[in-house]
Design a protein around this ligand. Sequence first.
Ligand SMILES: NC(=O)c1ccc[n+]([C@@H]2O[C@H](COP(=O)([O-])OP(=O)(O)OC[C@H]3O[C@@H](n4cnc5c(N)ncnc54)[C@H](O)[C@@H]3O)[C@@H](O)[C@H]2O)c1
Ligand SMILES: O=C(O)C[C@H](O)C(=O)O
Length: 346
Amino acid sequence: MIAQRFSTALRSAVAQRGFSTSSASLTKVAVLGAAGGIGQPLSLLLKQNPKVSDLALYDIRGAPGVAADISHINTASSTTGYLADNDGLAKALKGSEIVVIPAGVPRKPGMSRDDLFNTNASIVRDLAKACAEHCPKAHLLIISNPVNSTVPICAEVFKAAGVYDPKRLFGVTTLDVVRSSKFLSTLKGSDPAKTRVTVVGGHSGVTIVPILSQTAEGESIVQANDQQYLDLVKRIQFGGDEVVKAKDGAGSATLSMAFAGAVFTNSLLRAIGGEKGVVEPTFVDSPLYKDQGVEYFASNVELGPNGVEKIHPVGKLSAAEEDLLKACLADLAKNIKKGKEFVGAA
Ligand SMILES: NC(=O)c1ccc[n+]([C@@H]2O[C@H](COP(=O)([O-])OP(=O)(O)OC[C@H]3O[C@@H](n4cnc5c(N)ncnc54)[C@H](O)[C@@H]3O)[C@@H](O)[C@H]2O)c1
Ligand SMILES: O=C(O)C[C@H](O)C(=O)O
């Protein structure tokens, strides 16, 4: 009865905001690391998403305050904050269909993402264990770095628990897509909303491979293969370092990441709600380069109600992009192996 009343209230709020209610699914979303630099703005953006029915905000510190604050926003979803005591993590996860994980430490200048491994690997492993126990069918969206290793860690934890579904595990690489779109459209004077760049590979340095040749605005830059192209690729691959440097010890990208995380979560919510043709680049368990020892790879993925619907191949590449891909695969294989070794799976 209460659930029915809530559902009616949510649909009416959705309608008032001008969104179509027909495809609006009612979905509980948990954010783990919700009081952090990414967690707070991401939670704020998710609170504005009419497809979210319940927002469960978990952190080892500060989550109840963030939840109290966000809960006053007059959208229909409910918001609850949880700490580790009183079984907070289990309560946050129970019934969640999507779990977004930005928990962990960010970089400081001079650090690589791999330097975060020692701290973040165990944080992500333990959170994945809790997910495997309390919401084994949830879609897991991993933001915590190094993504190239934390995604394999989650997969191995789920395999050990006997609940692994490769279709429901995603490394969030959307920030690379967002940056590519912004940097390319700035150079070309095009509309960033219409300048869509596919980024494949992984999420760190040379493992980030923008396929500019497949975008109308990028084609001529790739053909010229001059300093402008080299600079653009470098800026996309090392955009994270640009922010780390500018923040000067206060962390890494948080606001643009929250935006990117909200974009990817919304795409998945649309697909879960039955919308067809929703495609996002994301780092998943992928057949594309398994024969070269690379089990996880980001490429365009069509999303569906059960997560990964179809993994698209990278398509035609320029000679320069072929070289970028080669360098990517070598690094990626090492990052993946490191993650698997951490959980005793390699
Ligand atoms: N995938 C990407 O594109 C991308 C982009 C930016 C940042 N990141 C990564 O996201 C992570 C978080 O960055 P941030 O700037 O939000 O850091 P932050 O330090 O501001 O926030 C991290 C939060 O995680 C919490 N936390 C730590 N251990 C936890 C645990 N066991 N359970 C629950 N919460 C826990 C902390 O209390 C903190 O609130 C970093 O690893 C960063 O490198 C990834
Ligand atoms: O650069 C970082 O460490 C954070 C994130 O991965 C990014 O790309 O901004």
